[in-house]
Design a protein around this ligand. Structure first.
Ligand code: 6PG
Length: 472
Protein backbone atom coordinates (compact mmCIF):
# COMPACT_ATOMS: atom_id res chain seq x y z
CA UNK A 1 0.00 0.00 0.00
CA UNK A 2 1.26 3.48 -0.85
CA UNK A 3 1.80 5.72 2.13
CA UNK A 4 -0.88 8.27 2.85
CA UNK A 5 -0.25 11.96 2.09
CA UNK A 6 -2.38 13.36 4.86
CA UNK A 7 -3.80 12.19 8.19
CA UNK A 8 -6.80 13.36 10.17
CA UNK A 9 -7.36 12.71 13.86
CA UNK A 10 -10.86 13.32 15.20
CA UNK A 11 -13.92 12.25 13.27
CA UNK A 12 -16.58 14.65 14.48
CA UNK A 13 -18.36 16.32 11.59
CA UNK A 14 -15.67 18.96 10.86
CA UNK A 15 -12.91 16.34 10.92
CA UNK A 16 -14.85 13.97 8.70
CA UNK A 17 -15.69 16.67 6.20
CA UNK A 18 -12.18 18.06 5.99
CA UNK A 19 -10.84 14.53 5.55
CA UNK A 20 -13.26 13.90 2.69
CA UNK A 21 -12.43 17.27 1.17
CA UNK A 22 -8.69 16.44 1.15
CA UNK A 23 -9.39 13.00 -0.32
CA UNK A 24 -11.61 14.45 -3.03
CA UNK A 25 -8.67 16.57 -4.28
CA UNK A 26 -6.66 13.43 -5.00
CA UNK A 27 -4.68 12.94 -1.79
CA UNK A 28 -4.71 9.52 -0.12
CA UNK A 29 -5.64 9.94 3.54
CA UNK A 30 -5.49 8.12 6.85
CA UNK A 31 -7.97 8.68 9.66
CA UNK A 32 -8.01 7.94 13.35
CA UNK A 33 -10.56 8.51 16.08
CA UNK A 34 -10.20 7.76 19.79
CA UNK A 35 -13.43 5.74 19.76
CA UNK A 36 -13.05 3.05 17.13
CA UNK A 37 -16.81 2.67 16.69
CA UNK A 38 -16.85 6.18 15.23
CA UNK A 39 -14.06 5.27 12.81
CA UNK A 40 -15.92 2.13 11.73
CA UNK A 41 -19.08 4.14 11.18
CA UNK A 42 -17.21 6.72 9.10
CA UNK A 43 -15.58 4.02 7.00
CA UNK A 44 -18.90 2.27 6.42
CA UNK A 45 -21.09 5.30 5.83
CA UNK A 46 -18.92 7.96 4.24
CA UNK A 47 -15.59 6.54 3.10
CA UNK A 48 -16.85 3.70 0.89
CA UNK A 49 -14.98 3.64 -2.42
CA UNK A 50 -12.70 6.48 -1.33
CA UNK A 51 -8.94 6.50 -0.89
CA UNK A 52 -9.17 6.40 2.90
CA UNK A 53 -7.33 4.09 5.25
CA UNK A 54 -8.48 3.79 8.84
CA UNK A 55 -6.11 3.26 11.75
CA UNK A 56 -7.19 1.92 15.12
CA UNK A 57 -4.17 3.03 17.11
CA UNK A 58 -2.03 6.15 16.89
CA UNK A 59 1.04 4.00 16.23
CA UNK A 60 -0.65 2.41 13.24
CA UNK A 61 -1.92 5.82 12.08
CA UNK A 62 1.56 7.36 12.13
CA UNK A 63 3.03 4.40 10.23
CA UNK A 64 0.52 4.90 7.43
CA UNK A 65 1.73 8.42 6.68
CA UNK A 66 4.44 9.43 4.23
CA UNK A 67 7.17 11.72 5.54
CA UNK A 68 7.18 14.50 6.47
CA UNK A 69 3.97 13.45 8.18
CA UNK A 70 1.07 15.87 8.01
CA UNK A 71 -1.42 15.31 10.80
CA UNK A 72 -4.55 17.41 11.09
CA UNK A 73 -6.03 17.35 14.58
CA UNK A 74 -9.75 18.09 14.71
CA UNK A 75 -10.66 17.63 18.36
CA UNK A 76 -12.31 19.91 20.89
CA UNK A 77 -10.27 23.05 21.66
CA UNK A 78 -8.45 23.12 24.99
CA UNK A 79 -7.26 20.08 26.93
CA UNK A 80 -8.12 17.49 24.25
CA UNK A 81 -5.73 19.18 21.77
CA UNK A 82 -2.87 19.02 24.29
CA UNK A 83 -3.67 15.40 25.01
CA UNK A 84 -3.49 14.37 21.35
CA UNK A 85 -0.26 16.35 20.88
CA UNK A 86 1.33 14.64 23.88
CA UNK A 87 0.39 11.23 22.50
CA UNK A 88 1.62 12.06 19.01
CA UNK A 89 4.88 13.73 19.93
CA UNK A 90 6.90 10.58 20.73
CA UNK A 91 5.60 8.90 17.57
CA UNK A 92 6.61 11.65 15.15
CA UNK A 93 10.03 12.49 13.72
CA UNK A 94 11.74 15.84 13.06
CA UNK A 95 10.17 17.66 10.15
CA UNK A 96 6.75 16.09 10.71
CA UNK A 97 3.94 18.53 11.43
CA UNK A 98 0.76 18.79 13.42
CA UNK A 99 -2.04 21.07 12.28
CA UNK A 100 -4.68 22.13 14.77
CA UNK A 101 -7.84 23.01 12.85
CA UNK A 102 -10.07 23.72 15.85
CA UNK A 103 -11.08 27.05 17.36
CA UNK A 104 -8.12 27.10 19.74
CA UNK A 105 -7.19 30.09 21.83
CA UNK A 106 -4.27 31.86 20.12
CA UNK A 107 -2.25 31.83 23.34
CA UNK A 108 -2.49 28.04 23.48
CA UNK A 109 -1.38 27.90 19.86
CA UNK A 110 1.58 30.16 20.63
CA UNK A 111 2.66 27.84 23.45
CA UNK A 112 2.17 24.67 21.37
CA UNK A 113 4.10 26.13 18.43
CA UNK A 114 7.06 26.95 20.66
CA UNK A 115 6.99 23.55 22.37
CA UNK A 116 6.82 21.58 19.15
CA UNK A 117 9.30 23.71 17.22
CA UNK A 118 11.76 23.13 20.07
CA UNK A 119 11.54 19.40 19.39
CA UNK A 120 12.03 19.77 15.63
CA UNK A 121 8.37 19.26 14.77
CA UNK A 122 6.25 21.79 12.94
CA UNK A 123 3.00 23.17 14.31
CA UNK A 124 0.36 24.98 12.32
CA UNK A 125 -2.55 26.55 14.21
CA UNK A 126 -5.12 26.87 11.48
CA UNK A 127 -8.40 28.75 11.69
CA UNK A 128 -11.05 26.95 9.66
CA UNK A 129 -14.27 28.72 8.83
CA UNK A 130 -17.31 27.71 6.88
CA UNK A 131 -19.12 25.22 9.04
CA UNK A 132 -19.81 21.66 7.93
CA UNK A 133 -20.56 22.55 4.34
CA UNK A 134 -17.45 24.72 4.00
CA UNK A 135 -15.24 22.01 5.49
CA UNK A 136 -16.45 19.55 2.88
CA UNK A 137 -16.58 21.77 -0.20
CA UNK A 138 -14.10 24.56 0.47
CA UNK A 139 -13.53 26.44 3.71
CA UNK A 140 -11.62 29.63 4.38
CA UNK A 141 -8.33 28.62 5.98
CA UNK A 142 -6.17 30.76 8.26
CA UNK A 143 -2.96 28.82 8.94
CA UNK A 144 -0.20 30.28 11.13
CA UNK A 145 2.78 28.88 13.00
CA UNK A 146 5.83 27.05 11.61
CA UNK A 147 6.46 28.66 8.21
CA UNK A 148 8.35 25.66 6.77
CA UNK A 149 5.48 23.36 7.75
CA UNK A 150 3.07 25.67 5.94
CA UNK A 151 5.24 25.41 2.81
CA UNK A 152 4.87 21.63 2.92
CA UNK A 153 1.14 21.89 3.40
CA UNK A 154 0.45 24.60 0.85
CA UNK A 155 -0.14 22.35 -2.19
CA UNK A 156 -2.91 20.57 -0.25
CA UNK A 157 -4.40 23.62 1.44
CA UNK A 158 -4.74 25.63 -1.78
CA UNK A 159 -6.72 22.76 -3.28
CA UNK A 160 -9.12 22.21 -0.39
CA UNK A 161 -9.82 25.90 0.32
CA UNK A 162 -12.71 27.86 -1.17
CA UNK A 163 -11.77 29.44 -4.50
CA UNK A 164 -12.61 33.05 -5.30
CA UNK A 165 -11.85 35.32 -8.27
CA UNK A 166 -8.45 36.23 -6.86
CA UNK A 167 -7.30 32.83 -5.69
CA UNK A 168 -7.80 30.21 -3.01
CA UNK A 169 -9.02 31.39 0.41
CA UNK A 170 -5.82 30.46 2.20
CA UNK A 171 -2.44 32.06 2.82
CA UNK A 172 0.22 31.85 5.49
CA UNK A 173 -1.06 34.25 8.15
CA UNK A 174 1.98 34.66 10.36
CA UNK A 175 4.11 33.19 13.13
CA UNK A 176 2.96 31.48 16.33
CA UNK A 177 -0.71 31.93 17.12
CA UNK A 178 -1.40 34.31 14.20
CA UNK A 179 -3.76 31.95 12.36
CA UNK A 180 -5.94 31.35 15.37
CA UNK A 181 -5.82 35.03 16.27
CA UNK A 182 -7.15 36.00 12.86
CA UNK A 183 -9.82 33.27 13.11
CA UNK A 184 -10.80 34.58 16.55
CA UNK A 185 -11.27 38.09 15.16
CA UNK A 186 -13.19 36.61 12.23
CA UNK A 187 -15.55 35.16 14.81
CA UNK A 188 -15.75 38.47 16.72
CA UNK A 189 -16.79 40.09 13.45
CA UNK A 190 -19.22 37.21 12.87
CA UNK A 191 -20.81 37.94 16.27
CA UNK A 192 -21.09 41.63 15.32
CA UNK A 193 -22.68 40.86 11.95
CA UNK A 194 -25.14 38.42 13.48
CA UNK A 195 -26.19 40.86 16.22
CA UNK A 196 -26.62 43.71 13.71
CA UNK A 197 -28.82 41.49 11.57
CA UNK A 198 -30.81 40.47 14.66
CA UNK A 199 -31.39 44.13 15.51
CA UNK A 200 -32.51 44.94 11.96
CA UNK A 201 -34.92 42.00 12.25
CA UNK A 202 -36.25 43.24 15.59
CA UNK A 203 -36.86 46.74 14.24
CA UNK A 204 -38.62 45.44 11.17
CA UNK A 205 -40.67 42.74 12.88
CA UNK A 206 -41.46 44.23 16.26
CA UNK A 207 -41.27 47.88 15.24
CA UNK A 208 -42.69 47.92 11.72
CA UNK A 209 -44.76 44.74 11.97
CA UNK A 210 -43.29 42.92 8.96
CA UNK A 211 -44.41 39.32 8.54
CA UNK A 212 -41.98 36.47 7.94
CA UNK A 213 -42.67 36.40 4.18
CA UNK A 214 -42.09 40.16 4.08
CA UNK A 215 -38.88 39.77 6.06
CA UNK A 216 -37.78 37.10 3.62
CA UNK A 217 -38.40 39.48 0.74
CA UNK A 218 -36.50 42.33 2.43
CA UNK A 219 -33.43 40.23 3.24
CA UNK A 220 -33.46 38.57 -0.16
CA UNK A 221 -33.52 42.04 -1.72
CA UNK A 222 -30.70 43.27 0.51
CA UNK A 223 -28.68 40.25 -0.49
CA UNK A 224 -28.80 41.49 -4.06
CA UNK A 225 -27.22 44.82 -3.13
CA UNK A 226 -23.51 45.44 -3.52
CA UNK A 227 -23.30 46.66 0.09
CA UNK A 228 -24.96 43.79 1.92
CA UNK A 229 -24.56 40.78 -0.35
CA UNK A 230 -23.26 38.11 2.02
CA UNK A 231 -23.69 34.59 3.32
CA UNK A 232 -25.25 35.73 6.61
CA UNK A 233 -27.87 37.91 4.87
CA UNK A 234 -28.58 35.07 2.44
CA UNK A 235 -29.21 32.48 5.17
CA UNK A 236 -31.27 35.01 7.12
CA UNK A 237 -33.60 35.37 4.12
CA UNK A 238 -33.84 31.57 3.94
CA UNK A 239 -34.61 31.20 7.63
CA UNK A 240 -37.83 33.22 7.24
CA UNK A 241 -39.20 30.68 4.77
CA UNK A 242 -38.67 27.58 6.91
CA UNK A 243 -41.87 26.02 8.28
CA UNK A 244 -41.99 23.71 11.27
CA UNK A 245 -43.33 20.34 10.14
CA UNK A 246 -44.84 19.59 13.55
CA UNK A 247 -46.88 22.76 14.01
CA UNK A 248 -46.95 24.24 10.52
CA UNK A 249 -45.77 27.53 11.96
CA UNK A 250 -42.67 29.50 10.97
CA UNK A 251 -39.79 27.72 12.68
CA UNK A 252 -37.97 30.97 13.53
CA UNK A 253 -40.89 32.02 15.77
CA UNK A 254 -40.65 28.78 17.73
CA UNK A 255 -36.94 29.06 18.49
CA UNK A 256 -36.02 30.08 22.04
CA UNK A 257 -34.47 33.54 22.19
CA UNK A 258 -31.36 32.54 24.13
CA UNK A 259 -28.13 32.58 22.13
CA UNK A 260 -25.32 30.14 22.82
CA UNK A 261 -21.64 30.95 22.52
CA UNK A 262 -18.52 28.86 22.61
CA UNK A 263 -16.13 31.63 23.53
CA UNK A 264 -14.42 33.08 20.46
CA UNK A 265 -16.46 36.31 20.56
CA UNK A 266 -15.65 36.78 24.23
CA UNK A 267 -11.97 36.07 23.55
CA UNK A 268 -11.94 38.73 20.85
CA UNK A 269 -13.31 41.32 23.24
CA UNK A 270 -10.96 40.23 26.02
CA UNK A 271 -7.97 40.49 23.73
CA UNK A 272 -9.14 43.91 22.52
CA UNK A 273 -9.43 45.13 26.11
CA UNK A 274 -5.93 43.86 26.84
CA UNK A 275 -4.47 45.51 23.76
CA UNK A 276 -6.43 48.72 24.30
CA UNK A 277 -8.38 48.62 21.05
CA UNK A 278 -12.01 49.83 21.13
CA UNK A 279 -14.36 47.15 19.74
CA UNK A 280 -17.75 48.34 21.01
CA UNK A 281 -19.84 46.64 18.32
CA UNK A 282 -18.36 43.22 19.04
CA UNK A 283 -18.62 43.85 22.77
CA UNK A 284 -22.31 44.75 22.33
CA UNK A 285 -22.83 41.54 20.38
CA UNK A 286 -21.29 39.39 23.12
CA UNK A 287 -23.31 41.24 25.77
CA UNK A 288 -26.50 40.79 23.78
CA UNK A 289 -25.96 37.01 23.78
CA UNK A 290 -25.31 37.09 27.51
CA UNK A 291 -28.44 39.20 28.13
CA UNK A 292 -30.46 36.81 26.00
CA UNK A 293 -29.42 33.95 28.25
CA UNK A 294 -31.19 35.56 31.23
CA UNK A 295 -34.50 34.30 29.92
CA UNK A 296 -36.22 33.60 33.24
CA UNK A 297 -35.21 36.94 34.70
CA UNK A 298 -36.34 38.76 31.56
CA UNK A 299 -39.69 37.00 31.61
CA UNK A 300 -40.17 38.00 35.25
CA UNK A 301 -38.97 41.57 34.61
CA UNK A 302 -41.38 41.93 31.70
CA UNK A 303 -44.23 41.45 34.19
CA UNK A 304 -42.77 44.01 36.59
CA UNK A 305 -41.62 46.75 34.27
CA UNK A 306 -44.42 46.94 31.79
CA UNK A 307 -43.62 49.34 29.02
CA UNK A 308 -45.29 48.73 25.70
CA UNK A 309 -43.06 48.56 22.67
CA UNK A 310 -44.34 51.23 20.31
CA UNK A 311 -45.36 50.59 16.73
CA UNK A 312 -43.84 52.36 13.80
CA UNK A 313 -46.45 54.40 11.97
CA UNK A 314 -44.55 56.07 9.12
CA UNK A 315 -43.80 54.89 5.59
CA UNK A 316 -42.62 51.30 5.85
CA UNK A 317 -40.51 51.21 2.71
CA UNK A 318 -38.63 54.34 3.77
CA UNK A 319 -37.99 52.75 7.16
CA UNK A 320 -36.82 49.49 5.58
CA UNK A 321 -34.33 51.45 3.47
CA UNK A 322 -33.13 53.39 6.50
CA UNK A 323 -32.62 50.17 8.46
CA UNK A 324 -30.62 48.81 5.51
CA UNK A 325 -28.40 51.90 5.56
CA UNK A 326 -28.03 51.71 9.33
CA UNK A 327 -27.04 48.08 9.03
CA UNK A 328 -24.41 48.87 6.41
CA UNK A 329 -22.92 51.80 8.36
CA UNK A 330 -22.81 49.73 11.56
CA UNK A 331 -21.20 46.87 9.69
CA UNK A 332 -18.48 49.15 8.38
CA UNK A 333 -17.75 50.29 11.94
CA UNK A 334 -17.63 46.70 13.15
CA UNK A 335 -15.14 45.68 10.45
CA UNK A 336 -13.13 48.83 11.14
CA UNK A 337 -12.85 47.68 14.76
CA UNK A 338 -11.86 44.15 13.77
CA UNK A 339 -9.18 45.31 11.36
CA UNK A 340 -7.82 47.83 13.89
CA UNK A 341 -7.59 45.00 16.41
CA UNK A 342 -5.68 42.86 13.92
CA UNK A 343 -3.29 45.72 13.22
CA UNK A 344 -2.56 46.20 16.93
CA UNK A 345 -2.17 42.48 17.61
CA UNK A 346 0.18 42.18 14.67
CA UNK A 347 2.41 44.91 16.11
CA UNK A 348 2.21 43.55 19.62
CA UNK A 349 2.84 39.90 18.77
CA UNK A 350 5.01 40.36 15.66
CA UNK A 351 2.58 38.46 13.48
CA UNK A 352 3.44 40.45 10.36
CA UNK A 353 -0.19 40.35 9.23
CA UNK A 354 -1.16 41.53 5.77
CA UNK A 355 -4.60 42.99 6.43
CA UNK A 356 -5.58 43.14 2.75
CA UNK A 357 -4.70 39.47 2.34
CA UNK A 358 -6.58 38.54 5.52
CA UNK A 359 -9.70 40.24 4.15
CA UNK A 360 -9.21 38.41 0.84
CA UNK A 361 -9.12 35.02 2.55
CA UNK A 362 -12.53 35.83 4.06
CA UNK A 363 -14.10 36.47 0.65
CA UNK A 364 -15.08 32.83 0.22
CA UNK A 365 -15.85 29.78 2.28
CA UNK A 366 -16.25 31.46 5.66
CA UNK A 367 -19.25 32.62 7.65
CA UNK A 368 -18.57 36.33 7.09
CA UNK A 369 -17.99 35.97 3.35
CA UNK A 370 -19.38 39.02 1.60
CA UNK A 371 -18.98 41.11 -1.52
CA UNK A 372 -17.96 43.99 0.75
CA UNK A 373 -14.67 42.29 1.69
CA UNK A 374 -13.35 43.19 -1.76
CA UNK A 375 -13.51 46.83 -0.76
CA UNK A 376 -11.67 46.13 2.50
CA UNK A 377 -8.98 44.28 0.63
CA UNK A 378 -8.68 47.13 -1.85
CA UNK A 379 -8.47 49.72 0.93
CA UNK A 380 -5.53 47.96 2.60
CA UNK A 381 -3.84 47.12 -0.68
CA UNK A 382 -3.94 50.79 -1.61
CA UNK A 383 -2.71 51.89 1.80
CA UNK A 384 -1.26 49.09 3.97
CA UNK A 385 -0.70 51.63 6.77
CA UNK A 386 -4.31 52.75 6.87
CA UNK A 387 -4.91 53.32 10.62
CA UNK A 388 -8.66 52.76 10.38
CA UNK A 389 -10.99 51.55 7.67
CA UNK A 390 -13.30 54.50 8.28
CA UNK A 391 -10.58 56.71 6.78
CA UNK A 392 -10.50 54.85 3.46
CA UNK A 393 -12.10 57.28 0.97
CA UNK A 394 -14.80 54.85 -0.15
CA UNK A 395 -15.83 53.86 3.37
CA UNK A 396 -15.80 57.44 4.59
CA UNK A 397 -18.05 58.53 1.74
CA UNK A 398 -20.39 55.55 2.13
CA UNK A 399 -21.00 56.45 5.76
CA UNK A 400 -21.39 60.17 5.13
CA UNK A 401 -23.99 59.38 2.46
CA UNK A 402 -25.99 57.22 4.87
CA UNK A 403 -25.44 58.69 8.28
CA UNK A 404 -28.71 60.63 8.49
CA UNK A 405 -30.69 57.41 7.86
CA UNK A 406 -28.57 55.66 10.49
CA UNK A 407 -29.31 58.36 13.05
CA UNK A 408 -33.02 58.34 12.25
CA UNK A 409 -33.19 54.59 12.80
CA UNK A 410 -31.60 54.99 16.22
CA UNK A 411 -33.99 57.78 17.18
CA UNK A 412 -36.87 55.58 16.10
CA UNK A 413 -35.53 52.57 18.00
CA UNK A 414 -35.24 54.67 21.15
CA UNK A 415 -38.75 56.02 20.72
CA UNK A 416 -40.20 52.57 20.17
CA UNK A 417 -38.26 51.14 23.10
CA UNK A 418 -36.43 48.52 21.03
CA UNK A 419 -32.88 47.83 22.20
CA UNK A 420 -30.31 48.13 19.41
CA UNK A 421 -27.01 47.77 21.26
CA UNK A 422 -24.82 46.98 18.26
CA UNK A 423 -26.34 49.70 16.04
CA UNK A 424 -25.88 52.22 18.88
CA UNK A 425 -22.37 51.11 19.75
CA UNK A 426 -21.37 51.40 16.12
CA UNK A 427 -22.67 54.95 15.87
CA UNK A 428 -20.94 55.82 19.15
CA UNK A 429 -17.72 54.43 17.69
CA UNK A 430 -18.12 56.56 14.58
CA UNK A 431 -19.03 59.69 16.53
CA UNK A 432 -16.14 59.23 18.96
CA UNK A 433 -13.51 58.28 16.42
CA UNK A 434 -14.16 61.36 14.29
CA UNK A 435 -14.10 63.79 17.26
CA UNK A 436 -11.03 65.95 17.65
CA UNK A 437 -11.91 66.63 21.25
CA UNK A 438 -13.67 64.23 23.60
CA UNK A 439 -14.89 64.98 27.13
CA UNK A 440 -12.07 63.03 28.78
CA UNK A 441 -10.42 66.31 29.78
CA UNK A 442 -13.01 66.23 32.56
CA UNK A 443 -12.13 62.63 33.41
CA UNK A 444 -8.50 63.64 33.70
CA UNK A 445 -9.42 66.59 35.93
CA UNK A 446 -11.39 64.23 38.19
CA UNK A 447 -8.53 61.72 38.33
CA UNK A 448 -6.14 64.46 39.26
CA UNK A 449 -8.62 65.90 41.78
CA UNK A 450 -9.15 62.72 43.77
CA UNK A 451 -5.95 60.84 43.12
CA UNK A 452 -3.25 63.26 41.95
CA UNK A 453 -2.99 61.23 38.75
CA UNK A 454 -1.80 64.31 36.80
CA UNK A 455 -2.84 65.51 33.34
CA UNK A 456 -1.37 66.91 30.16
CA UNK A 457 -2.36 70.37 28.92
CA UNK A 458 -3.54 71.40 25.47
CA UNK A 459 -1.26 74.45 25.57
CA UNK A 460 1.89 72.59 26.65
CA UNK A 461 3.99 69.89 24.91
CA UNK A 462 2.72 66.32 25.05
CA UNK A 463 4.39 64.25 27.73
CA UNK A 464 4.57 67.09 30.26
CA UNK A 465 2.37 66.26 33.22
CA UNK A 466 0.72 68.64 35.66
CA UNK A 467 -0.95 68.37 39.00
CA UNK A 468 -3.29 70.88 40.57
CA UNK A 469 -4.25 71.32 44.18
CA UNK A 470 -7.99 71.26 43.42
CA UNK A 471 -9.29 71.73 46.96
CA UNK A 472 -8.48 75.06 48.52
C1 6PG B 1 -16.98 29.43 11.46
C2 6PG B 1 -17.73 29.58 12.74
C3 6PG B 1 -17.47 28.40 13.61
C4 6PG B 1 -18.48 28.20 14.69
C5 6PG B 1 -18.27 29.09 15.85
C6 6PG B 1 -19.53 29.70 16.37
O1 6PG B 1 -16.23 30.33 11.16
O2 6PG B 1 -17.17 28.42 10.78
O3 6PG B 1 -17.34 30.73 13.41
O4 6PG B 1 -16.16 28.49 14.05
O5 6PG B 1 -19.77 28.26 14.22
O6 6PG B 1 -17.70 28.26 16.80
O7 6PG B 1 -19.30 30.04 17.66
P1 6PG B 1 -20.39 30.29 18.73
O8 6PG B 1 -20.88 28.96 19.19
O9 6PG B 1 -19.61 31.01 19.78
O10 6PG B 1 -21.47 31.10 18.11
Amino acid sequence: MTKRTFGVIGLAVMGENLALNVESRGFPIAVYNRTSAKTEQFMAERAQGKDVKAAYSLEEFVQLLERPRKVLVMVKAGGPVDKVIEQLKPLLEPGDMIIDGGNSLYEDTERRTQDLEATGLGFVGMGVSGGEEGALKGPSLMPGGTASAYQELEPILVKIAAQVDDGPCVAYIGRGGAGHYVKMVHNGIEYGDMQLIAEAYDLLKLGAGLTNPELHAVFAEWNKTEELNSFLIEITADIFTKMDTETDQHLVDLIMDTAGQKGTGRWTVMSALELGVPVPTMYAAVNARIMSSYKDERVAAAQEITAEVGTFSGDKQTFINQVRDALYCSKMCSYAQGMALLRKASQEYNYGLDLGEDARIWKGGCIIRAGFLDKIKAAFTENPDLPNLLLAPEFKQSILDRQSAWREVLVMANQLGIAVPAFSSSLDYFDSYRRERLPQNLTQAQRDYFGAHTYERTDKPKGEFFHTQWME
